[in-house]
Design a protein around this ligand. Structure first.
Ligand SMILES: Cc1cc2nc3c(=O)[nH]c(=O)nc-3n(C[C@H](O)[C@H](O)[C@H](O)COP(=O)(O)OP(=O)(O)OC[C@H]3O[C@@H](n4cnc5c(N)ncnc54)[C@H](O)[C@@H]3O)c2cc1C
Length: 299
């Protein structure tokens, strides 16, 4: 079968250039290339959908921003996993994001692969996408109809499918930094110790009530156990208002296990992945709590 090789190549230098490209072309015929760690594999394996223009995003400064602005963390879609993992701001505010990024693939994959590519790829096993879902992020985009904001919770609609319209570009994420003591953590399991796609992953965020030490808000996301990363609303509700104790964490793990129905695949049996979803939930909650308490001591 022949490869679908795009007929032309564009290398815009600003978002204004992207707007001009969108206006001049049929959005269906345009595909973005960020780090290429997924897309180049698609091209080589003849999975690229037919398209006329390959748009390389590497020269657009507006996609490379990474900064704390007031009570929000702004992450450009072109920020690489390596940069996210090494950022002192990200490590301080959202360790869950840094830990997810530092576990992606291998060093070359982390240097090339980007946040935007991980989200747009919409793999159930996307590590950064799983962490982002626990952060109530706004996903900012630019498309043929202008700019819009998609709530992270609505972004992934099915395996490999997002709310993005053809030609719509993710520009950046805007992530609210929760007030008060807050900690987070990410864990994944796979069949090897390094460079593995998760068979189960978990992202947890705990916000504590500064006066009582109780859990003011809990967020839990599981990756690789459903067609998209999923939040665990029953477990989150069960934790809210409770003291952050082992018994509460174990009940939350049971609620997670009651919710998720992973399928048996080459990554493990359904029973194994279900049990590991519970185990990772407890581990992540413990680490998120430790992180929140360490921040309280530092403050
Ligand atoms: C060997 C190997 C190991 C890997 N290990 C992991 C792992 O452990 N964990 C993990 O999560 N992933 C892993 N991946 C997958 C991959 O590295 C990530 O998903 C990466 O983040 C993709 O980003 P990219 O910039 O390379 O995207 P690209 O390959 O450039 O693009 C991927 C898709 O996203 C679209 N896209 C890219 N940027 C945008 C944008 N700004 N707006 C709209 N659409 C966009 C592209 O059109 C394309 O459809 C691995 C891949 C390889 C090859």
């Amino acid at each position: 079968m022949p490869r679908n090789i795009p007929k032309t190549f564009a290398r815009p230098e600003s978002l204004a250039d992207v707007e001009r490209l969108l206006a001049a072309s049929d959005a269906q015929s345009l595909i973005y290339l960020a780090g290429g760690t997924d897309l180049v594999v698609d091209i080589n394996e003849r999975r690229l959908p037919p398209c006329d223009i390959l748009v390389y995003l590497d020269r657009i400064p507006e996609l490379k921003g990474l900064s704390l602005e007031g009570d929000r963390l702004i992450v450009g879609s072109g920020v690489s996993h390596a940069r996210l993992a090494a950022s002192p701001e990200v490590r301080a505010v959202f360790p869950v994001l840094a830990q997810a990024a530092e576990g992606v693939g291998s060093p070359p994959i982390r240097v090339m692969g980007t946040v935007g590519g991980n989200l747009a790829r919409a793999s159930a096993a996307g590590d950064v996408a799983t962490a982002v879902l626990s952060l109530n992020a706004e996903i900012h985009t630019l498309g043929r109809n202008g700019r819009r904001v998609i709530h992270g919770r609505d972004f992934h609609v099915a395996s490999r499918r997002t709310l993005l319209e053809p030609g719509e570009l993710i520009t950046h994420l805007s992530i609210p930094v929760p007030p008060g003591p807050c900690g987070s953590a990410f864990e994944k399991l796979g069949s090897r110790k390094t460079m593995f796609i998760a068979s189960v992953s978990c992202a947890a965020l705990l916000r504590l009530d500064a006066a009582t030490g109780a859990i003011a808000e809990a967020r839990l996301t599981l990756g690789s156990i459903a067609p998209t990363p999923v939040r665990a609303p029953a477990a989150e509700a069960l934790l809210a208002g409770r003291q952050p104790e082992e018994a509460a964490f174990r009940e939350a793990a049971e609620a997670v296990q009651a919710q998720v129905r992973p399928r048996t695949s080459h990554r493990g049996t359904s029973q194994y992945r279900n049990a590991m979803a519970g185990a990772l939930t407890v581990r992540c909650l413990r680490r998120a709590l430790e992180n929140a308490r360490n921040k309280e001591v530092e403050a």
